[in-house]
Write a new protein. Structure first.
Length: 97
């Protein structure tokens, strides 16, 4: 299962392989912050507390937007983090502002 936490809502949905965390949050009507959905604004920044290994590798946009300390701590961009395998994933939207 995929647990998505936005600003005020938390929903648990079935993870869909090939979809980004942002797409899944939008589909579940979770109030997930975003502007661009291309990895440039970083408003969809989130922390993965479980299931990082089930997501795609870091994208170039994530390497460009997130610092090494953020990547090591488990931060991803929701628009760039693609579900690659089903399993237990927990993601919380943690925008900068």
């Amino acid at each position: 299962m995929l647990t998505l936490t936005g600003r005020t809502l938390t929903r648990t949905v079935e993870p869909e392989v090939g979809q980004s965390l942002l797409e899944l949050a939008q589909g579940a009507s979770v109030d997930w912050q975003f502007n661009c959905s291309k990895g440039t604004c970083a408003r969809c920044r989130c922390i993965i507390t479980e299931g990082m290994e089930l997501l795609s590798e870091f994208s170039d946009a994530e390497w460009d937007r997130l610092g090494p300390d953020e990547l090591e701590a488990g931060y991803r961009l929701g628009c760039q983090a693609i579900v690659e395998k089903a399993g237990e994933i927990h993601a919380k939207n943690k925008t900068y502002f």
